[in-house]
Design a protein around this ligand. Sequence first.
Ligand SMILES: Cc1cc2nc3c(=O)[nH]c(=O)nc-3n(C[C@H](O)[C@H](O)[C@H](O)COP(=O)(O)O)c2cc1C
Ligand code: SF4
Length: 516
Amino acid sequence: MNYTIIVILGLLLFWFLYDLFQKKNAVIRNFPIVGRLRYFFIKLGPPIRQYLIASNRDELPFNRSQRNWIDDSSKLVNNYEGFGTDKDLYNPGHVFINPKMFPYVPPSGHVSNDDPYFLPCAKVFGLSKGRKNPFRPYSIVNISAMSYGSLSKTAQSALNKGAALAGCYHNTGEGGLSPYHQLGADVVFHIGTGYFGCGITGADGKRYFDFDTFKKLALDKYPGKIRAIEVKLSQGAKPGKGGVLPAKKNTKEIAAIRGVEPHTDVLSPNHHTAFSDVRTMVDFIEDLANKTGLPVGIKSAVGHLGYWKELAQIMKDEKKGPDFIVIDGGEGGTGAAPPSFADHVALPLVFGFSQVYQIFQKAGITKDIVFGASGKLGFPAEILKILTMGADFINIAREAMMSIGCIQSQECHTDHCPVGVATQNPRYYRGLDPTLKSVRFANYINTLRKETLQMTHACGYEHPTQMMMEDIDISCGDNNKTITALEAYGYENTPDDFEGLNSIRNCPYLGEIKTA
Ligand SMILES: Cc1cc2nc3c(=O)[nH]c(=O)nc-3n(C[C@H](O)[C@H](O)[C@H](O)COP(=O)(O)O)c2cc1C
Ligand code: SF4
């Protein structure tokens, strides 16, 4: 016993002296041992606040009410709330969807009566430009770009299988087409600045797009299931910022998927080498669409508008350019980004989207483009709002992660994701069962589409694409004052040629859903 006490005291003395003489940390040097408590409590703060202190509507990026709604929907348990809303409806910016006195009632024989989850995109990618293989997403909600590498193999497998069950497409993210993207779902191949899975490293060490590599590593691997290509210009969380795949994460498997040397640092720069301005970007897109027959789109955050105007002019004059345009809001997620970028660079979704949409509207070409949007949209009211503003479909990333178990611990950049979603460590990802979680993801998507459709019916429409800016009011704070989205954003969306859900059900370009 005495020996134990002597050993413990000896260790404490050693620790005390170590802290006293180290020079890296002044608090610990001035308050040996005790000073370390500061860092212990800092680490403990976020979970304590999340579990014990924060109210249902307090936290960001997603508050507890939102997380619970996704979780309950994914488990098909009761996702209602009792006793009325706990949200302050008088808060500035609060969105009100305006119901009509008489809702839309699907007539007998209408698809919504048999399948309340059927909610495809009202427009077709690539149809207006006569691409060989046009594509109409089966689902208005799809999985946004997230690479195998940022998400684990079990997470990607769960999402892909779940997407097949719900009829969503699964965007590969910039890390190329992995085996976990090929489990049944429609895929959109994402081309980033590192050209992973579609490029080569030049003698100068830079990465270049290479069609033969693209064919070998992607197109030939999943024939007929890559339905479109998305060229990423930037993402909302870190526009104009490249990334590094560190040698430690660049395993043999990941290197083979991406077509790079294993166990080396691999850079994705902040710019493309395949094009350098709007003109050459349009040429690249046309070349890609001609070679593959697939619709090609772009994904971008929004800042300066000059390049957008130039793009609209070229598209109007030459009938060339992207088949779809996805606007990613500055509030968008990422595996890892510097806070200065995540907090300040790029406009939030509604401001960025409305400005870009109006540029194409002024050029009179909105009907030729399918508009996508991403940035915390995985909730029925958010979908209705952005579709009202002119979007045709939405992509979700973090909401999809939450439906398969993400608890918003915000440790994605540490490789220590406790639920195995955003990690390459088998110690953690083995805990995520892809089969069970695929069903959870599909349940969430189905609930999301069903409730979006129910709210659409309450507004008197068959499909949310028919919503107009006067169908939405925005609170301006107290004084009982709200204004319509029309007044707030100063434009009306251009109505699409919506042909009715029954007709869309027979569309030859409709994406696939896995029926049991
Ligand atoms: C883990 C993770 C990885 C991501 N990887 C990519 C990527 O490879 N390329 C990209 O354009 N966006 C990427 N994103 C951004 C998302 O695709 C999406 O645009 C953004 O998170 C907004 O959607 P959300 O609010 O539904 O999460 C990533 C996001 C997350 C959370
Ligand atoms: S649980 Fe935490 S670390 Fe894992 S994906 Fe979610 S936020 Fe990232």
